[in-house]
Design a protein. Structure first.
Length: 214
């Protein structure tokens, strides 16, 4: 299963292509605002809303003044707390605003955004440790080898370089951010799991769009 992580950037590129196609079709007939909103909806449909759910679980857990074990139990519960709801709303609104901004509405932003998120996820799986005794997240974290990381990194770098050196620099910033998050999650949650990996994808996509708007 972990071997598939080497192709995560390609998966991101495919998702990005779908987003750009959706944007191209909707923007011909609808306003920029509506097209951006539909683009956010399209991404949610493609991912099944899993990353937003991961954001909610992660923020509910780290916001709780509990022990690591209690925080992990919070992540397992099916309910969403106030911090989780706030995190979902914030992520959706921020993505919409960043897509609406003139500097972000281009093929590069929509195509490369998912590539960055998934490439950084592979790095997190390699650099981090598992916080759970079971689950899909543990399988990825414990079995991501240097070869898988290098393969994923080469794919991501090749894709980003094809669009320009600026995007390689943004990818580097996102890798640094990911490493800091891995350290934070290790301290607060004892490591990584499926939810934190999904949250990292979402956060790095937002960071990528944010930097493009600077």
């Amino acid at each position: 299963m972990a071997r598939s992580a080497a192709s995560f950037p390609l998966v991101g590129l495919l998702i990005g292509g779908c987003l750009w196609t959706g944007w191209g079709l909707s923007s011909k007939y609808l306003s920029t605002e509506v097209s951006c909103l539909l683009n956010v909806l399209l991404l949610t449909v493609i991912t099944g809303g899993l990353h937003l759910d991961a954001i909610a679980d992660t923020f509910d857990a780290i916001a709780a003044r509990k022990t690591i074990a209690e925080r992990l139990n919070i992540m397992k519960t099916p309910t969403v707390g106030p911090f989780g709801v706030a995190a979902i709303v914030f992520c959706i609104m921020l993505r919409y605003l960043l897509l609406k901004a003139p500097l972000a509405i281009n093929a590069y932003a929509l195509v490369l955004c998912p590539v960055v998120g998934r490439s950084c996820c592979v790095y997190a799986m390699y650099a981090g440790t598992s916080s759970m005794k079971d689950g899909l997240g543990r399988s990825f974290v414990e079995n991501t080898t240097p070869l898988i990381l290098i393969s994923s990194l080469l794919l991501a770098v090749s894709i980003m370089a094809a669009f320009g050196i600026r995007y390689l620099m943004i990818l580097t910033v996102c890798y640094v951010f990911t490493h800091l998050c891995v350290v934070l999650f290790r301290r607060l949650l004892g490591g990584l799991n499926g939810d934190t990996l999904g949250a990292l994808i979402e956060l790095n996509e937002l960071l990528f769009l944010l930097i493009l708007n600077v």
